[in-house]
Write a protein that binds this ligand. Structure first.
Ligand code: ADP
Ligand code: ZN
Ligand code: ZN
Length: 725
């Protein structure tokens, strides 16, 4: 027998299938050790066959099988094929998606369960490491930022030699293995609700068909209850289910609800797990002990068999597109698995993406609606406050009179409030009023954000930290101006305005560590009155009965983000944030502060009029030629050398022009330019941006064109990127 083997090396030159002589017990889907270029490497058996065309003298044998039960099941193998073809991935990269590294590399056998934490602060560390060891520096900066991190994760991010060097220099301390079973801890019993008519009818429709459904239900309309019933039905037929949620911050509440409904059957998979936990959860799924998987986007690859339902909650959320290599769209993967298993796929949202709603309208998806909040509760009233009028009336603070009054009222009524500001830290930048000097990152072309708590300037792109400015390094002036406010500053202001009222902050800085989100949300939910200040993390899914007031401090940031999705995203954001108010009583109230009070996004969002917003937006997309009426493709070229990046961009652009000549009518736009952020993590960045009438042939031609190997230059292709920085 001969085995067809994919070797675990990310390199285009070896991106093909090699034949080896199989061992007697070799099976399809097994991980094996094979000889390759005088080394022994990890490989995956993706097929077995009787004959080979490889010359006998060149043929080698598999060294050993690494397991007796293949880790890659038949469905997952087909999925890898699909991923490789559909997203232009190497097979070895596709396999990296479906097998987490702890499983792939058996890292549970190594020292990898050690958690490392930094011993020195970053300034001292920079002195000790020196300027040249870039990976060590990045790893240390990351470690300082995170507080602690597992050995194996660091190795994956920064390379084994860098991490070993830090260990050898004694710059990190090892905290012993933290492996423990079952990250779900709560045993809370949550009562089952009697379904409403619309919930029941949604469940009946969905369970009966092997199709893709768009479940549009306003916030608080009981979508989660619908999901749980669909899953219950799948389980009763001895099938399994996957439920995806956008962010880890969402999972604690959802986890409690799921665990209460499906005791011992739920496994969770998300980036917040330790490697040990991930390994254990994966194994529970693999062996069939867990039948329901709840997790973030990569949970779509969970090795469940016989799926009876796949659910993507908050389907519009940007996190369902993986922005890093290997890049994939979760919806497409889910679609593949749903069709493979002949089961329903449910996309749920109060504010579906324009793309999904368009598909519902043209019949690709089946639209199911939950038009009302449970118990007939009204949607909270959203009031727009024009900040320009505020300024004219003499209030130059970032808080309108109305906002303050509503906060005050909520506090007096012993209720909770949520304030949303999409910026963490204290101030978005520091700039010298005398000479205009602006603090920027050495490695990235961006302003540094001031974090008062640690009195540091931080780069939000690479995590590097700098000393805060007391006087200008350029002219020595002490007249330093702070940029737009962030979460830290809001909390500080609130403490002054409302002494004694507990203020909680939820952003990337306060939610580090395993239970970061959970702890903050748990405390907040127990404290009345109180105020929660946060970034978009607070926008999603949380269901707290006592939140009476929600303030949106600055939605314009997202509105003027100047990419084609900024309208859509702002509409979603306002609706989602507002949806946190008045979930159990009719007293919910929302204040939205803006300098563009008449903008149609706000007009429709405050009226909860998704349809009108959709109509307006889809019209705009059609007339301007943006998705879904076109495909946007970006080829990002980056390199430590500005010239190399420029040269390679030029070279690719010359070839791109040839494609354009071939498809004159389809290609609407093609241009090469520096990326909006010209440098990130010491790498210069250029891009070729193109837009064309959706066409698979054109897409694959651009992918082929970019499939070249250039020394010291990396080339990355994205389709309809969420973020064009
Ligand atoms: P969504 O996911 O649409 O935001 P949820 O499923 O979280 O809505 O439901 C909102 C609230 O209503 C939750 O507290 C939930 O327990 C409750 N709920 C859901 N369905 C029912 C029902 N049929 N009867 C009573 N309460 C319900
Ligand atoms: Zn100055
Ligand atoms: Zn930086």
């Amino acid at each position: 027998m001969f085995a067809q083997v994919v070797v675990d090396i990310s390199n285009d030159a070896v991106d093909r299938i090699f034949d080896y002589i199989a061992l007697p017990d070799t099976q399809v889907g097994m991980r094996v050790k094979v000889p390759f270029a005088n080394r022994s490497v990890l490989g995956y058996v993706i097929g077995l066959k009787d004959k080979t065309t490889v010359d006998n003298s060149k043929l080698k044998s598999i060294i050993s099988n690494l397991e007796s039960v293949p880790k890659l099941k038949p469905e997952i193998l087909s999925l890898c094929d699909f991923l490789a073809g559909h997203f232009f991935l190497r097979l070895s990269d596709a396999i990296k998606l479906v097998l987490p590294s702890c499983v792939r590399l058996d890292s549970q056998k190594e020292q990898n369960f050690f958690v490392l934490s930094p011993i020195y602060d970053i300034d001292t560390a920079i002195n000790m490491i020196g300027n040249r060891a870039k990976s060590q520096l990045s790893a240390y900066a990351f470690l300082c930022e995170q507080g602690e991190c597992e050995f194996s994760k660091l190795v994956e991010l920064f390379g084994r030699s860098a991490i070993n060097a830090l260990v050898e220099k004694g710059m990190v301390s090892k905290i012993a293995e933290r492996r423990m079973r079952a990250p779900i801890s709560s045993n809370e019993k949550i009562a089952r609700n009697i379904l409403t008519k619309s919930q029941q009818s949604a469940i009946d429709t969905i369970s009966a068909h092997d199709e893709t459904f768009l479940l549009q239900g306003v916030t608080g309309s009981g979508k989660t209850e619908v999901y749980m019933n669909i899953i219950e039905k799948a389980l009763s037929e001895n099938k399994t289910a996957i439920m995806l949620v956008p962010e880890i911050s969402l999972t604690p509440q959802m986890m409690n609800r799921f665990n209460s409904r499906f005791p011992n059957l739920v496994a969770v998979l998300h980036s917040g797990l330790s490697e040990g936990e991930r390994y254990d959860e994966w194994d529970r799924i693999f062996t069939g002990q867990a039948k329901v998987v709840l997790g973030a986007r990569s949970a779509i690859f969970a090795p469940l068999e016989n799926l009876g339902a796949i659910i993507i909650d908050e389907e519009h959320d940007g996190s369902y597109v993986s922005e890093t290599n290997p890049r994939f769209f979760t919806h497409d993967v889910a679609e593949f698995r749903a069709r493979y298993n002949k089961c329903p796929l449910v996309l749920g949202s109060a504010t579906p993406s324009i793309d999904s709603f368009n598909k519902a309208k043209n019949g690709t998806y089946h639209l199911v609606e939950l038009p009302e909040r449970i118990n007939g509760l009204e949607m909270p009233k959203i009031e727009i406050v024009d900040m320009l009028t505020e300024v004219m009336d003499g209030n130059t603070s970032p808080y309108s009179k109305k906002l303050i009054a509503k906060l005050d009222q909520a506090i007096k009524n012993k209720k909770q409030s949520i304030l949303f500001i999409n910026r963490r830290g204290f101030a978005s930048f520091m700039v010298c009023r005398e000479c205009g000097y602006r603090a920027k990152c050495d490695d990235c072309e961006v302003s540094l954000v001031y974090h008062k708590e640690d009195n540091q300037l931080k780069c939000h792109f690479c995590g590097k930290r700098y000393r805060a400015l007391t006087n200008c390094p350029n002219c020595n002036s002490q007249n330093i101006k702070y940029g737009a406010l962030g979460t830290e500053r809001v909390c500080e202001d609130l403490k002054e305005m409302f002494p004694g009222v507990p203020i909680f902050r939820m952003d990337n800085d306060t939610t580090r560590g395993k239970n970061g989100h959970k702890n903050i949300l748990e405390q907040f939910s127990k404290t009345t009155p109180s105020i929660l200040v946060g970034t978009q993390m607070i926008a999603k899914g949380h269901d707290y009965p006592n939140v009476a007031f929600v303030g949106i401090l600055d939605a314009d940031v997202s509105l003027y983000n100047s990419d084609y999705k900024s309208n859509e995203r702002t509409f979603q954001l306002v609706t989602q944030v507002a949806g946190r108010a008045g979930r159990k009583t009719n007293d919910g109230y929302v204040v939205l502060q803006t300098y563009a009070p008449k903008h149609y996004v706000y007009r429709f969002a405050t009226a909860y009029d998704y349809r009108s917003f959709y109509d307006k937006e889809i019209n705009l997309r059609q007339t301007t030629g943006f998705p879904p009426y076109s495909t946007i493709l970006r080829i990002l070229v980056s390199s430590e050398s500005d010239n190399r990046a420029k040269d390679v961009t030029k070279k690719l652009y010359d070839k791109a022009i040839e494609i354009k000549a071939k498809y004159k009518r389809e290609i609407i736009f093609l241009q090469a330019m520096p990326s909006p952020v010209k440098r990130i993590q010491t790498k210069y960045r250029y891009q070729i941006l193109t837009r064309y009438v959706p066409n698979d042939k054109i897409t694959s031609e651009f992918f082929e064109l970019s499939d070249i190997i250039e020394k010291d230059v990396s080339i990355f292709v994205e389709i309809n990127p969420n973020n064009l920085r």
